[in-house]
Design a binder for this molecule. Structure first.
Ligand code: GDP
Ligand code: GDP
Length: 436
């Protein structure tokens, strides 16, 4: 199920990104050698009192060249659209400013719960001044110091209290997938074409599909799917929709809430930096991935075009070697009918469990074929391996010395596992553990 979303809003300089980083901590593990993963974060996952949620720093979504008041207006609207709970941040240093009043006016218009944080309360003497902020009309102000990490517990208690009741779980067997990719690659066209097909039955009540955040449907075999964030894919005509940081944030959120990510590329334009960011995130998050090359109707083709485009993608996304590539056209619907089956296939692989005995036969054969690395007369010993998780399939390998498992040897073992079992479309995680 979708996680609750918390957005931080407020005028510039009140400390939004400082508070964001305090709450998010280091939770997003960023693998050093994954290209294209952004470091200046506006979106992260966090947890408080065992409750997971996503966190958005709206201050990081700037609308190019827009005047100050327009920026904070748009940011507040993003928070209202995206969040279940809004943290409205002000600063004790300046007191209540005109810009604070302006943001408050926008937030009044929504019925989203707002928790008011007063930042830069660095020492106890300042605490008496927080009463001024009752005038904003959002109830008790929570004193914070982003610099010193103070007050966050009480603030988060209030945030978590306002989370919506859990809505129903998906029916068993439902596959959640998302379409991710830059604006204009054709995501909404694919959605419309897919849902418009006779063999697909959309289970939402007629007329509400457009507004639904997620869209449920069954394919011709009766298998159930949830298309995550359909509302975000279909445009509402807001100014911020085409800004890069907004669409990246939206994609990251959709990825978090799905099992399978359809990474849509514009076949006519090729790959851009922004494509790499979202694909890198999906990979790191361990999601099953399908690369969908759209607008294939616009590409001048000869006998080699598809192969050449595939080679180009493989070169640009070395770490996505496991992801199948499908060439489609939302316009002519070419090959779109193959998508549900492909989603099911990668989902099966993403949830595949391998029996330990079979797995160890493969590992031992691999070691016999290509002996383990050695260093200074000491050799890596692999005792046994076992699968500890699915989504993505995660294997623990027990060894004498984890430091001796070089990247290249781990990659070799992964490839042997992939040769023996079908893990198309899913990353595999390998963890080495010391066993004496
Ligand atoms: P944003 O524009 O709202 O995201 O604000 P930033 O997080 O970038 O912070 C703006 C400035 O306020 C930076 O110089 C921060 O170091 C400073 N700042 C943030 N939190 C605190 C705090 O709790 N106390 C003090 N004194 N300064 C803070
Ligand atoms: P999104 O922003 O990723 O949702 O992209 P849209 O679905 O809005 O498509 C952007 C533009 O590309 C629209 O003008 C579509 O009509 C066009 N488009 C989408 N898919 C195709 C396709 O397969 N072939 C062609 N020729 N045009 C397409």
């Amino acid at each position: 199920m979708a996680k609750p979303v918390v957005a931080i809003v407020g005028r510039p300089n009140v400390g939004k990104s400082t508070i964001f980083n305090r709450i998010a901590g280091d939770r997003i593990s960023i693998v050093e050698d994954t290209p294209g993963v952004t470091r200046d974060r506006i979106y992260a996952n966090s947890e408080w009192l065992g409750q997971q949620f996503s966190l958005i720093d709206t201050g990081g979504i700037d609308i190019d060249d827009a005047p100050f008041i327009k920026q904070i207006t748009e940011q507040a609207e993003i928070a209202i659209d995206e969040a279940d709970v809004i943290i409205y941040l002000v600063s004790i240093k300046e007191g209540v400013t005109d810009a604070d009043e302006h943001v408050a006016q926008i937030l009044y218009r929504s019925d989203k719960p707002v928790v008011l944080g007063v930042n830069k309360v660095d020492n106890p003497e300042l605490r008496s001044e927080i009463y001024d902020f009752y005038s904003l009309g959002f109830g008790d102000p929570y004193p914070l110091s982003g610099s010193h990490g103070l007050g966050l517990g009480d603030l988060l208690d209030a945030v978590v209290k306002n989370f919506p009741e859990k809505s129903g779980e998906d029916e068993p067997g439902t596959i959640r997938f998302s379409l991710i990719g830059r604006p204009n690659v054709g995501k909404s066209s694919i959605v419309n074409a897919l849902l418009g097909e006779d063999r697909v039955i959309v289970s939402d009540v007629a007329g509400t599909t457009r507004d639904a955040i997620d869209t449920k449907f069954t394919d011709e075999d009766g298998d159930r799917f949830v298309m995550v964030d359909t509302a975000g894919i279909r445009k509402k005509g807001k100014v911020y929709e085409n800004t890069e940081r907004y669409s990246v944030m939206r994609a990251l959120k959709a990825i978090d809430n799905s099992d399978v990510a359809l990474f849509v590329i514009n076949g006519e334009e090729g790959i851009r930096e922004q494509d790499k960011r979202v694909a890198g995130y999906a990979h790191e998050a361990g999601k099953a991935i399908i690369i969908v090359v759209n607008k294939w109707d616009l590409v001048k083709k000869d006998n080699h075009t598809m192969q050449e485009f595939e080679a180009y993608i493989r070169d640009q996304f070395v770490y996505l070697a496991y992801a199948p590539i499908i060439f489609v056209s939302a316009k002519t619907t070419q090959r779109l009918e193959q998508l549900p089956a492909l989603i099911k296939k990668v989902n099966t692989n993403h949830t595949r469990r391998i029996q330990s005995s079979v797995l160890n036969d493969v590992i031992m054969d691999a070691i016999a074929m290509n002996s383990t690395p050695s260093d200074n007369g000491k050799r890596l010993r692999v005792y046994y391996a076992t699968q500890v998780a699915i989504q993505p399939p995660t294997f623990v390998v027990f060894v004498n010395d984890p430091d001796m498992m070089h990247f290249s040897y781990e990659r070799f073992l992964e490839n042997q596992i992939r040769n023996a079992f079908d893990f198309t479309g899913t990353p595999i995680h390998m963890i080495e553990r010391r066993r004496k």
